[in-house]
Write a protein that binds this ligand. Structure first.
Ligand SMILES: O=c1ccn([C@@H]2O[C@H](COP(=O)(O)OP(=O)(O)O[C@H]3O[C@H](CO)[C@@H](O)[C@H](O)[C@H]3O)[C@@H](O)[C@H]2O)c(=O)[nH]1
Ligand SMILES: [Mn+2]
Length: 984
């Protein structure tokens, strides 16, 4: 492996200026192409840091990765090394972190080591945020826990009350589990605005939203069962005003939640922000002496499930029944009336028809209970984002790593990839929580330099998008949009700045499109020079000038180095499928606080005062490729990114995008996170978004839109524990990708899975025999450390994840970041204190980058479970379906997130050949699934019956083609009895 440092004037692709002194770093980028304004500036000297994995030394045996990092780096110059040392992998200072690493043992920590709660208070609780917990709050939490422990289960837990619980049922009044007798409950309701003394939240009934549909009450438009409030509890009368719900349909027939919420008494659970609950305060009609409690809104769910109206679904179900009856009658008739003259043909036709009927049934059954969902971004903002009171506060949202895959710079134009990257860099999510990784399987310099160009252009584009709320944030798509660009734009400088940015983008486009030519010319010149030097040397050594010298035709980078990836000439070690691993940090992780320009520099294209100019971290990764290894296509590329990102940013969630799918709705990430962070979200392994396509002819002649699949089947599957993973546009929970099991699951026993058994996996005893199938999450519990310690060691054995300790250490941190906040966590899972993620990301140090290089080498996966149980699953060319299937098999659920404005948009093959190849590939993948252990016939009990049928059908559908083929070919002969075949 090589570390190259260069100080060549004005020609480096990226110049990263880092102040080595403190926490604040400036990211300065100059364009890779020399432009007058830049090369004149005093800052034009540049340096580039690139680490690349070289060919494994012959002495290094396969699997001998232990010494993988050692001695393979050239030294870096001192100061630059120091700058890198200033970075370390982001590990929020959580109790778990202290447990994992001993480097952070402050004396303070040591003092309180014995008390994990104390520890939590010291290190992770931040004061000041609108919704963040205060130290006092955390203390109270602790005391509540003590109280729970000390008091008998049947007595009221309110201090100073020893009343027996009147309601003998085991349920407590509030979901926090705080038990309270009826009298105290009444007291708290009337005098203290209905706040539970346990959790300091308005009372919410325990078990109100448990399991099966536990993260949202089903809200069906016909049944007004929206509000699970008990209407007459202890004399509290609640006005029944729910009939209003019916009228809250927007003109486009969609249910208007905001109106419903604010214009009725409908509440999201207990404690509505707008209407003080009746009966909860004294006084008569004008009893508004209690301020509406806006804090109560944290009890509103982030998402809701909306049942599809019976007016639509009932006729549909009826139709299915009707068709089923007709089919049965028809088939009986067919079988009863054999054609004696052509028995064989008749038999074949009947078989085909039965098959059609069967596959139709397989297709229809899983569609019986579709759902739609909606999210509430305002709740997300209130709960996790800094507020107007504290605008400088850090966001409490978990980190997301975004993976973009590209494989071939010829087939996947770099301009498209660059645009995708720009749409990601401008996404509306806390900047320091986003990290973008581009996986370049081609190892192409064109892609590399296109990415550097994109990083440079982003410093104009991203602030422009933020300032004027541009949608979509893909410049190509934005500038080619039809319609008035001025719509909804209020700022006076919009027109001028748009014009400037457009001009800049046009130049950017020209540069990107010229890249192959630029690089070729540059390389030719460099190669000619090298040849000349070689010749000179040969002459000096006494050779004749006529003798030709062999100089490899290298591809040259703009900084005067040969490229580590593939060369145009395809030399050995520099060809597709045989090149070193490369990791380049294009944009360093941003600081935690918004950086605004203080004065307006006339040189700047846009006036970015009051606009955050930070850019998210951006990394170029090209994994090592050697001919003797199987690279497993996209799945392999993604797994390399999973590992590299675990070390460099370790976001608890991962978004996967193909290079041709860009973010069309800048709020998409937040929409997806609503599901992950809502009550019950800890059971969700991924949120799949529909794939939408652009540039398809209006008649969609090759059925690129797949409307039935994306708008019917997937919605239907959403009602059956979750849609399949179908590739691009999917947010994963990192630990689900690591192969862990969900915190709790439901098993479906008996015929058609009618009997449900719910259990919590994390509390399960360890004496499970089929350990092979099960991987329990290594929860680091604050209470019983020793036991967790064992479990952790067991689950994280290097045989599973490979021998990178960095990677293994990062797992618990990723798990912590994906937890729900305490108030929302469900049974059997662990929460995190709210505010615990509002910490500064720790910088990346050089060792981390070295480690990241190590984990993208070919041999890292040898003798590990990557691709078998961990990460994207290998062995099928439709890796996506299998990967999702395995997760569902473990009991995870998934969610289908259809947003009003498409979340992502992409391009699809628009010529017949490409489309056929694509469809053939999918069908081949399906057949592979059918004949593998991933056939849904062998699915676990944690899958619902209909869900299994849906997965079974995935493996089954290609076989229908045989029947089609038979029917079609027998139809050609006019005398064929199969002419009467019905047409589905
Ligand atoms: O060796 C490879 C091959 C492909 N890819 C990437 O994988 C993605 C998907 O490949 P593509 O040929 O575009 O397949 P599509 O049929 O368009 O993609 C759909 O089907 C694939 C499964 O067959 C899924 O992986 C995709 O997410 C899904 O969008 C692209 O971004 C490629 O760059 C790699 O990174 N490495
Ligand atoms: Mn594609």
């Amino acid at each position: 492996m090589v570390v190259t440092d260069h100080n060549s004037p004005s020609s480096s692709p990226v110049r990263i200026t880092v102040s080595s002194s403190g926490a604040f770093r400036n990211v300065g980028l100059t364009s890779p192409v020399r432009r007058a304004s830049i090369s004149n500036s005093p800052l034009s000297g540049g340096e580039i840091k690139r680490l690349s994995g070289g060919r494994r030394g012959s002495g290094n045996g396969v699997g001998g990765g232990g010494g993988g990092g050692g001695g393979r780096y050239l030294s870096m110059s001192k100061e630059e090394g120091d700058e890198y040392v200033a970075y370390t992998v982001q590990i929020p200072p959580t109790p778990e972190h202290h447990f994992m690493s001993n480097s952070l043992t402050s004396p303070e920590y040591a003092k309180v080591h014995g008390n994990p709660n104390e520890n939590r208070i010291k290190d992770t609780v931040f004061t000041g945020g609108f919704n963040s917990e205060t130290r006092a709050h955390a203390r109270r939490m602790k005391s509540v826990e003590e109280m729970v422990a000390s008091k008998s289960k049947l007595l009221c837990q309110v201090d100073g009350c020893d009343e027996k619980l009147l309601d003998k049922s085991s349920k407590s009044q509030c979901e926090c589990g705080f038990r309270i007798c009826n009298e105290c409950y009444m007291d708290y309701c009337s005098s203290r605005a209905g706040v539970c003394p346990g959790c300091k939240e308005p009372f919410r009934e325990a078990g109100e939203e448990e399991d099966e549909d536990d993260y949202q009450p089903i809200m069906s438009e016909e049944k007004d069962t929206v509000n699970p409030l008990r209407k007459n509890r202890g004399g509290i009368k609640l006005e029944n005003n729910f009939s209003l719900v019916r009228s809250f349909k927007a003109p486009n027939q969609e249910f208007d939640h905001t109106r419903w919420l604010f214009e009725t008494n409908g509440t999201y659970g207990f404690g509505n922000a707008v209407w003080p609950r009746e009966g909860c305060h004294r006084g008569g009609a004008d009893n508004y002496e209690t301020q509406p409690m806006f804090n109560d809104r944290r009890n509103r769910p982030l998402t809701r499930k909306v049942g599809i109206s019976a007016a639509i679904i009932s006729p549909y179900r009826l139709l299915i029944v009707f068709r089923l009856v007709a089919l049965t009658l028809f088939l009986t008739w067919r079988i009863m009336h054999p054609n004696q003259e052509a028995v064989w043909l008749w038999l074949m036709s009947v078989i085909c028809e039965v098959w059609f009927a069967f596959s139709w049934l397989l297709d229809q059954l899983p569609k019986l209970c579709p759902v739609t969902r909606s999210t509430d971004l305002s709740v997300l903002k209130e709960r996790f984002e800094p507020t107007t009171n504290n605008p400088k506060g850090l966001s409490d949202l978990p980190g997301i790593d975004i993976f973009v895959s590209t494989a071939d710079a010829d087939k996947e134009p770099p301009l498209v990839t660059a645009n995708t990257i720009l749409s990601i860099l401008a996404v509306d999510y806390p900047v320091d929580k986003v990290a973008c990784y581009l996986s370049d399987d081609g190892g192409s310099l064109v892609t590399f330099e296109a990415l550097a160009e994109a990083a440079s252009f982003a410093s104009t584009w991203v602030p422009f998008c933020r300032k004027h709320e541009i949608e979509p944030r893909n410049p190509e798509a934005y500038f080619s949009q039809k319609g008035d660009p001025l719509k909804n734009k209020r700022r006076v400088d919009f027109v001028r700045e748009r014009r400037r940015v457009k001009r800049e983008y046009d130049e950017f486009k020209v540069r990107i499109n010229a890249l192959p030519e630029t690089i070729r010319r540059r390389s030719d010149a460099c190669n000619a020079r090298e040849e000349l030097i070689a010749k000179k040397k040969q002459m000096e050594l006494g050779g004749s000038s006529s003798e030709s010298v062999k100089v490899p035709k290298a591809t040259w980078m703009s900084d005067g180095n040969t490229w580590h990836g593939t060369w145009f000439s395809g030399e050995e070690d520099h060809s597709r499928g045989n090149h070193a691993g490369i990791i380049q940090l294009m944009l360093v992780p941003p600081g935690p606080e918004c950086t605004y320009k203080t004065e307006n520099d006339p040189e700047d294209l846009i006036d970015s005062r009051n606009v955050d100019t930070r850019l998210p971290m951006l990394v170029y990764v090209s994994r090592e490729k050697r001919p003797e290894f199987d690279h497993n296509k996209k799945a392999g590329a993604m797994n390399a990114l999973v590992r590299a990102s675990a070390i460099m940013s370790n976001g608890s969630f991962i978004l996967n995008l193909d290079c041709d799918h860009y973010i069309y709705n800048s709020l998409a990430l937040k929409e997806g996170m609503c599901f992950m962070l809502d009550r019950g979200g800890d059971k969700i392994c991924y949120v799949q978004f529909p794939q939408r396509f652009e540039g398809i002819d209006p008649s969609d002649r090759y059925a690129n839109h797949n409307t039935v699949f994306f708008d019917v089947s997937m919605r239907a599957l959403d009602g059956l524990q979750g849609p399949m993973y179908v590739g691009t546009g999917c947010i994963f929970r990192r630990i689900a990708l690591y192969g862990f099991s969900p915190p709790r699951a439901t098993e479906h026993h008996g015929w058609f899975g009618g009997k449900k058994i719910k259990f919590s996996l994390r509390r399960m005893k360890k004496n499970k025999s089929d350990d092979d199938a099960e991987m329990i999450l290594p929860i680091v519990d604050d209470r019983n450390n020793s036991e967790a310690d064992d479990e952790l060691k067991q689950a994280l054995i290097p045989e599973r994840f490979g021998d990178s300790t960095y990677l293994i250490d990062s797992i618990a941190v990723a798990e912590f970041g994906g937890r729900l906040i305490h108030e929302l966590r469900g049974k059997g899972s662990h929460g995190r204190p709210s505010g615990s993620l509002a910490v500064q990301r720790e910088p990346i140090d050089r060792a981390a980058i070295e480690e990241a290089i190590k984990v993208v080498t070919c041999f890292y996966e040898d003798k590990t479970e990557w691709g078998k149980r961990v990460g994207w699953i290998y062995g099928s060319i439709t890796e996506d379906v299998v990967t999702g299937y395995r997760m569902h098999n473990r009991g995870w659920r998934s969610v289908y997130c259809v947003t009003k404005r498409d979340a992502f948009r992409g391009t699809a093959p628009i010529n017949l050949t490409d489309r056929l190849i694509q469809v053939l590939r999918w069908a081949t993948g399906s057949v592979e699934i059918f004949f593998s252990r991933n056939n849904a016939l062998f699915a676990s009990r944690r899958m619902k019956f209909l869900q299994r049928i849906a997965y079974f059908n995935v493996g089954m559908y290609p076989f229908t083609s045989i029947s089609y083929w038979h029917t079609a070919s027998s139809r050609r002969s006019p005398s064929s009895p199969a002419n009467s075949s019905f047409n589905l």
